[in-house]
Ligand binder design. Structure first.
Ligand code: NAD
Length: 323
């Protein structure tokens, strides 16, 4: 039996300390081989994953010594949380440790779109010096539509306010007269009104049955002509084919996507468009966010293995007896 199985490349000082204090197997490529993963999981008291390892019901059923699955990141898409909960296994994750990094990326993408930075950079590197083509616009005075006014949406609002933007938001779980809106200078609107009024729309909702395909053909048609879309939430929330059509027709002036319907994506229409900024799901990839995430999951794994409570738990803080 081993204490901790690490199935992806998760490193840092808290991980070094965990590996010193417990019997740990660092197997950064294990996620690629589900059969080996199942075999190794059967011996582990804790498993630490990022987003590549599929922690399935089958793997959990084989892992009868398992006490905690810790996901070094925000989403739990790759962990069968129902099966883990049924098996009495603590599921721990770090949903908030990278929020600031995602908010800053959204702001960066907004500035990148406003000043056409990637296209201007590529052109200048190619020997160009075409200043007029890269005439941009100021964020100040523009309307920013924030779809999803949770943790990241609010951090974006705080930062965008400093640029002098007018802020409107739509979130069905925030009341139109909620006290969270006024201090951030944001006005609540129905989604269609937000889309019609915003020069830039930034999406910060979780992926659920209700939000998959939220930004579809119909919604894109409701956007203000010449508006731009930023998505740093989950790829499935924006219909990419519909987005490509909206950009090709000139209805939208630009878009920035950190997340894609399929990751990594196939090269398609969006990859050809100079008005589109594409990044490889790097919202959480800052040194600071990664340090916070790794520290949080290592803290929880160490706690559970010592018989204490996890703090960043999804289901319960200590393991339950197996059924
Ligand atoms: P959060 O739970 O704090 O906020 C999400 C908000 O969306 C909530 O207020 C919720 O009420 C709202 N919402 C739900 N359904 C909605 C709908 N149909 N329309 C409008 N609003 C709706 O989450 P967060 O921490 O702000 O994170 C937002 C999303 O960012 C996450 O769910 C995750 O998918 C994504 N994310 C991406 C990265 C990245 O690397 N790019 C990293 C972390 C998180």
């Amino acid at each position: 039996m081993m204490d901790v199985l690490i199935t992806e490349n998760i490193t840092g000082a808290p991980m070094d300390a965990l590996r010193r204090d417990f019997d740990a197997a660092f197997e950064p490529e294990l996620w690629r081989d589900p059969a080996k993963l199942k075999q190794a999981a059967a011996e582990a008291r804790a498993i630490i994953v990022r987003n590549q390892t599929q922690v399935t019901a089958e793997i959990l059923a084989a892992a009868d010594k398992l006490q905690i699955v810790a996901r070094a990141g925000a989403g739990l898409d790759n962990v069968d949380t129902e099966a883990a909960t049924g098996a009495g296994v603590v599921v721990s994750y770090a949903p908030h440790e990278n929020s600031l990094s995602v908010a800053e990326l959204a702001i960066g993408l907004m500035l990148g779109l406003a000043r056409k930075l990637p296209a201007a950079d590529a052109d200048t590197r190619g020997g160009g010096w075409d200043r007029r083509t890269y005439t941009g616009f100021e964020l100040s005075g523009k309307t920013l539509g924030i779809v999803g006014f949770g943790r990241i949406g609010r951090m974006v609002a705080e930062r965008a306010a400093v640029f002098g933007m007018r802020l409107v938001t739509h979130d069905p779980f925030v009341e139109p007269d909620s006290e969270v809106l006024a201090p951030l200078g944001a006005t609540w609107l129905e989604l269609d009104d937000l889309l019609a009024e915003s020069d830039l729309v930034t999406v910060h909702v979780p992926l659920t049955k209700g939000t998959a395909g939220l930004i579809n053909d119909d919604r894109l048609r409701r956007m203000k002509p010449g508006a731009q879309l930023i998505n740093t939430s989950r790829g499935e929330i924006v219909d990419e084919e519909a987005l490509a059509r909206a950009l090709e027709s000139g209805r939208l002036a630009g878009a920035a996507l950190d997340v894609r319907q399929c990751e990594p994506p196939q090269r398609g229409a969006l990859e050809q468009m100079p008005t589109v900024i594409l990044t490889p799901h790097i919202g959480a990839f800052t040194t600071e966010a990664q340090e916070r995430v790794v520290a949080a999951v290592c803290r929880d794994v160490a706690a559970v293995l010592r018989g204490d409570a996890a703090q960043g738990y999804f289901n319960f803080p200590t393991p339950k007896a197996k059924n």
